[in-house]
Unconditional design. Structure first.
Length: 245
């Protein structure tokens, strides 16, 4: 499986204690990627192995990488879980708390109502569920809509029954095995990677930061701004070729 450009939303930027040389290396990597994208077209990105900079932060994937993993996933339950994380930006704890009643299809809009839950080990408790705020996230992919409806129909779930019965750690282990099956990846991939990928995907398509923040369920827009770092580290390249006269 082919891996593309950027590896992490924070890995290309100076951490506390990082020296100027490391910072220049990070910025040179980004500059090189923008140059290659301009010269070869938006669909052709440099090899991940040639520019990846390690980071302790969770990685994110670009759309072709996510779709490659989704295509390789043949288990219907895990395929649905990965699809939900990728298209809604949901935390795995939020996905595991979904019941049939959380899906809304009024004939015009199809959406899922997520309870905003921070990443925790195990499943959310009833108290956490009761206290957590809700947010509605549209699901516009017709294939995912069909996959959800087929899964609910085949499962014969009760209205308030969890449709996924595994723990967060089980899903992470499955993702690890999936990545190994496609030949490995240049950076660790976990459930949270899909959430980061969702945010980056929206920002690359010019969606307002405030909307992205709301879809992610962030209390403060400052929590979302970390995803803009990768897009603004070398902002001059975004102005290349733009005529103001």
């Amino acid at each position: 499986m082919k891996w593309y450009g950027f590896r992490t939303a924070a890995g290309h930027f100076p951490h506390p204690g990082q020296n100027d040389s490391s910072t220049r290396t990070s910025r040179d990597s980004i500059r090189s990627q923008f140059s290659m994208c301009k010269s070869t077209g938006s669909g052709s990105w440099p090899s991940a192995n040639s520019c990846w900079i390690p980071s302790t932060r969770s990685a994110y994937l670009l759309k072709p990488e996510v779709l490659g993993l989704l295509d390789a996933e043949k288990h219907p339950t895990y395929r649905l879980i990965l699809g939900l994380m990728w298209t809604t930006g949901a935390r795995i704890s939020e996905v595991l708390a979904i019941t049939p009643s959380h899906f809304i299809d009024d004939g015009y809009d199809f959406m899922v109502v997520l309870r905003t839950l921070k990443q925790r080990s195990g499943r959310p408790t009833n108290v956490q569920l009761a206290r957590s705020p809700k947010r509605a996230v549209p699901i516009i992919d017709p294939m995912l809509q069909d996959r959800i409806q087929s899964y609910l129909y085949a499962g014969h779930f009760r209205k308030d029954e969890w449709i996924f019965t595994m723990a967060r750690q089980t899903v992470n282990r499955h993702i690890h095995n999936l990545v190994e099956r496609v030949g490995g990846a240049p950076t660790p991939i976990s459930c949270h990677t899909f959430r980061h990928s969702f945010a980056i995907h929206l920002l690359l398509h010019g969606r307002p930061l405030k909307i992205v923040s709301q879809l992610l369920g962030h209390k403060s827009i400052e929590s979302t701004e970390i995803f803009t770092n990768v897009l603004t580290a070398d902002g001059g390249h975004f102005l290349d070729g733009i005529d103001f006269h």
